[in-house]
Write a protein that binds this ligand. Sequence first.
Ligand code: ARG
Length: 470
Amino acid sequence: MATPSRSGVFSKATDRRVERFTESISFDHRLYAHDIAGSIAHAQMLAKVGLLSPDEAQQIETALTEIGAQIAAGEMPFSIELEDIHMHIETALIERLGDVGRKLHTARSRNDQVSTDLRLWVRDAIDRIDARLLDLQRAFVERCESDRDVILPGYTHLQRAQPVLAPHYWLAYCEKFERDRRRLADCRRRVNICSLGVAALAGTTLPIDRHDVAQRLGFAEVANNSIDVSSDRDFVLETVFCLSLIAAHLSTWAEEWILWSTIEFNFLTLPHDFCTGSSIMPQKINPDVLELTRGKSGRVIGSLVSLLTLIKGLPLAYNRDLQEDKPQLFDAVDTVEICLELAAPLVAGAKLNREAIRARLDRGHLDATTLMEFLIRQGMPQRTAHHLVGELVGKALAKGCRLADLPLEELQSSHPDLDSRVYDILGVEKAVSAFTSYGSTAPREVERQLQYWKAKISPPPAPPSANPPS
Ligand code: ARG
């Protein structure tokens, strides 16, 4: 079984070790459906411009569809002698159609072929990841109703800072994943460009129609410069960058929930079907899904670094090094996809330990900044108020009490202008209600955010199908 890429110039068969070293079929078989779609579009275009007869194009399309079904059923044996998925499919086509099959590779190289296959594959992957991100956003938004009244300590430096509403926390994650979705959508525009027809690197002397192929494959644009296309993997790198940031966001969420599910925090009980046990300590309920979500982010970031290193020393145009892009891309997509798939039900299934959270909410003087702002509203300069409240916190710490528990005489001994109205804003509930600014944790603002998200994630009902297309 000689590979069709080995022309008459060779005087010897390929060394077996070289075949093992250079093959990519062991991983690029995943491109088969996109390779077939690209080949069918190419054949149809060749027929349109007269490089194939309509009958030849039809025979090729039928045979390629059958080959696709054969691969899908796991019935095509893969062999390293045929190097990659492109050679396997072309060889199978030639076995079926003889000379007609030998015409498919007219005005095409594997360089534009693999680039096209990858673009089609990445485009689908982006759409799947986007749908998973939306599922995760939905899980957070759905929690907001049931956790509406829960106040959590907000942290900076992992030290208690100011009180926040639980939905405000959940919607903070929605914002991060929304930026991830927008980044993917923007990246998708640069993925969705047609490479086919640049041939090896310089184009072709044959009368092809690149815009026709692009249209058949749903690409929005045709790439401009054939040398660039032959060498370009920016779209792979950019996608893996987007995935790295998603993985990093998932990792920070996982880290937070691992902490929150400890006895030390005791904010959260994780769903048991998303936890694992210990082989020696019978009491353990371990957050392994969250730990591996955090851990696997390292693989995705590793893929990004590998890819940057892969391309940085390559002269124009195609170099075989580029074959190494696929294991990294596939692994990054698979990893982020499974992490997202597990994250949504985990978010939906976790329970806030309301009693335990409430019982310790008075610790950490979460209302200190609210008191400072109360004094500012009374006309005190910020720095003076900051210093004064620091003193009051010192007094509360010495007594082991809340700011709200300091008697009025004690407050007034620090500053004579303080009157009993301060008690209207002290205590976490009152402190939360005192917020007013846009995007803050003020109940009205959180409600506004929630309405925005609810409208955003539940798409409007589809228009009736009877409507004629406008
Ligand atoms: N397996 C190769 C890759 O993934 C396909 C392109 C091969 N092109 C070539 N000129 N040898 O990059």
